[in-house]
Design a protein around this ligand. Structure first.
Ligand SMILES: *[C@@H]1O[C@H](CO)[C@@H](O)[C@H](O)[C@H]1NC(C)=O
Ligand SMILES: *[C@@H]1O[C@H](CO)[C@@H](O)[C@H](O)[C@H]1NC(C)=O
Ligand SMILES: *[C@@H]1O[C@H](CO)[C@@H](O)[C@H](O)[C@H]1NC(C)=O
Ligand SMILES: *[C@@H]1O[C@H](CO)[C@@H](O)[C@H](O)[C@H]1NC(C)=O
Ligand SMILES: *[C@@H]1O[C@H](CO)[C@@H](O)[C@H](O)[C@H]1NC(C)=O
Ligand SMILES: *[C@@H]1O[C@H](CO)[C@@H](O)[C@H](O)[C@H]1NC(C)=O
Ligand SMILES: *[C@@H]1O[C@H](CO)[C@@H](O)[C@H](O)[C@H]1NC(C)=O
Length: 512
């Protein structure tokens, strides 16, 4: 059972091994490790450029927006980041406010990976605000203690998408009041789970946001609306599109790993081949480690070098396949796969050995396991016969067992579609919705659960055949391909239209 963080997924890829893997007992099974990037190094890399990007602020938020039990009145400090360098102000022109609806991690990490907002701000004279999701980063209830907040279902129970959206509405309205900017239009932005939140925010709080850019938001990945095979089919297609041989080598490797592990001394052969640290090895954990690399590399198959989940070269899937197809490795499958894994786990060249039970979580994504056990039942685990991974059927039971043993709870797979809608979305939003952009890159495994067709004149799908996970939101670079530049231009144009419509309405009927 694999629980990929949304940006990830949450899960292990090989259910048949899961009982043998210590990873399943951890809070973030399958989260890709970034152990080998030294935190200081990340800091120096981003420090000079990002330290001036925003100021950090805190807002006193209510723990439970939805009932009046006394324990609901508890407060916590919610972090948000703000940049007013480009803001045209409220008094003369009601300049807009761009809000990022934070997802499952430290908000600074998302802000630093959402250059699109910084680059659009001067043009729109926009105020930028990035709000951290409750239970992540520094926005911990229970006196800021992660330890207490993550204790059990009595404390984690307040971690939900509906509470998060209510936080955002509360904070935005209060901020506008403080800035005397009640008439400034708000546009919300988000990628991945943050993109789902942005779209839902526009639907639930149309009086707070005039529009939403929802990038790579798999809002249809629930309740069998999207096939459970879709996610891994897209990963398969990504690798196959680079080279048929690459796909075949990976596909047959799972069995080779198992066969080797079963031989006497086999695990030591695998350890040597893949430079695995001495602390732990098993066929299952090695396969999961490789599968994680293929999955996240497919998700972040960006056209320029990036450092989002891990540092990666441009077009990393192509690079992995190049390593696998490398004729100098002859017929040695493990050497080929080692070369591919090195691209995801060791692009900086600093890894001494690879730790299969590494559970470091530099971006603070651990709360996703709770979300994946309550509302976020995103079906991603199916593998058809020709999948890159071993064939398997999605099993709700695996998820159920995992969630029972971890939290003693049962997921509610239908709650999200019930609360926000997903069935017949075209029919429903055609009449009811407006001003949402759904961006998807088709190389992103999550794109199968996205909105890929225009719903109406103002609920628009932008689809980039060569795009990966919320690539449109990244800082632009001089190497960006033309299709990516075009996507961003189109997004800016659509947002301009929403804003000018808003200003017209404001002039026509200022008090209604
Ligand atoms: C990062 O920026 C902060 C604030 O400007 C500064 O105090 C700190 O020394 C910097 N860290 C590094 C590693 O440059
Ligand atoms: C849950 O955690 C809280 C905070 O640590 C603790 O006070 C409470 O007793 C725990 N509840 C259960 C049922 O373990
Ligand atoms: C608005 O101002 C009040 C009073 O200074 C402050 O407590 C609150 O945190 C501010 N709101 C936001 C969103 O910063
Ligand atoms: C999804 O489909 C599977 C297989 O057809 C079925 O067992 C399951 O009950 C369905 N789930 C929902 C939520 O409809
Ligand atoms: C390469 O390895 C595969 C699988 O182990 C085997 O089927 C094939 O015959 C080998 N080819 C050569 C040239 O050794
Ligand atoms: C990481 O890459 C460097 C440079 O290519 C190499 O020397 C080192 O052995 C690699 N680490 C592992 C664990 O393979
Ligand atoms: C998945 O389910 C289908 C239909 O029930 C079945 O034919 C197939 O053998 C199953 N695949 C696996 C890998 O269990």
């Amino acid at each position: 059972m694999a629980i990929w963080l949304l940006l990830l997924l949450s899960y292990t890829i090989f259910p048949q091994y899961s009982s043998a893997i210590s990873i399943t007992n951890k809070i973030t099974p399958g989260f890709p490790s970034s152990t080998f990037i030294q935190p200081e190094q990340q800091a120096t890399k981003t420090n000079t450029t990002t330290s001036k990007l925003y100021k950090e602020k805190f807002f006193t938020q209510i723990l439970d927006h939805f009932n009046y039990n006394p324990q609901s009145y508890q407060k916590f400090q919610q972090r948000y980041l703000i940049n007013d360098k480009y803001w045209g102000g409220a008094s003369n022109n009601n300049s807009p406010i761009f809000v990022y609806t934070g997802n499952e991690g430290d908000i600074e990490w998302f802000a630093q990976n959402t250059g699109f907002m910084f680059e659009a701000a001067p043009y729109f004279k926009a105020l930028l605000v990035f709000i951290e999701h409750r239970f992540y980063g520094k926005s911990m209830p229970y006196g800021g203690s992660k330890e207490i907040a993550y204790s059990n279902s009595s404390t984690l129970g307040y971690l939900s998408s509906t509470q998060a959206l209510a936080d955002y509405a509360t904070l935005i309205l209060d901020l506008k009041k403080n800035l005397s900017a009640t008439d400034s239009p708000v546009v919300v932005f988000g990628g991945s789970y943050g993109g789902m939140l942005a779209a839902w925010f526009r639907l639930k709080y149309p009086h707070v946001a005039v529009g939403a850019l929802a990038s790579s938001a798999p809002i249809l990945n629930f309740d069998n609306i999207t096939s459970s095979f879709s996610f891994n089919n897209i990963i398969t297609q990504d690798f196959r599109s680079e080279s048929e041989n690459c796909y075949k080598v990976i596909k047959r490797s799972w069995q080779e790993i198992e066969n080797t592990a079963a031989k006497p001394g086999g695990l030591e052969i695998l350890r040597k081949s893949f430079r695995i640290c001495k602390n732990y090895i098993s066929a299952g954990s090695l396969s999961n480690w490789l599968g994680t690399a293929y999955t996240y590399t497919a998700m972040t198959d960006y056209p320029t070098p990036t450092n989002f989940l891990n540092p990666l070269p441009a077009y990393p899937v192509k690079q992995m396949c190049k390593a696998i197809d490398d004729p100098t490795t002859g017929n040695n499958t493990f050497e080929k796969l080692y070369g591919a894994a090195n691209i995801y786990y060791n692009y900086t060249g600093e890894a001494k050995c690879f730790d299969l039970i590494d559970d470091s979580d530099p971006h603070g994504l651990g709360g996703w396991t709770w979300q994946a056990c309550t509302e976020m039942i995103l079906l991603t685990d199916g593998n058809t016969e020709d999948s890159l991974f071993p064939a398997s059927n999605y099993s709700y039971n695996d998820r159920l067992e995992f969630c029972k043993s971890n939290f003693n709870i049962e997921p509610r797979p239908s709650w999200i579609p019930t609360e926000f809608g997903a069935q017949h979305i075209h029919r429903v939003l055609k009449r009811f919705g407006s001003n949402i952009i759904f961006f998807n890159g088709l190389r992103d495994p999550w794109s199968g659960g996205g909105v890929l067709k225009d719903i109406s004149k103002s609920v628009i799908a932008i689809v980039a055949k060569e795009g990966a996970h919320h690539v449109d939101l990244r800082f632009s670079t001089s190497e960006d391909p033309e299709w990516l530049q075009d996507v961003r231009k189109r997004e800016v144009n659509i947002i301009s239209k929403w804003l000018s419509q808003y200003y017209h309405t404001l002039i026509d009927s200022p008090n209604s």
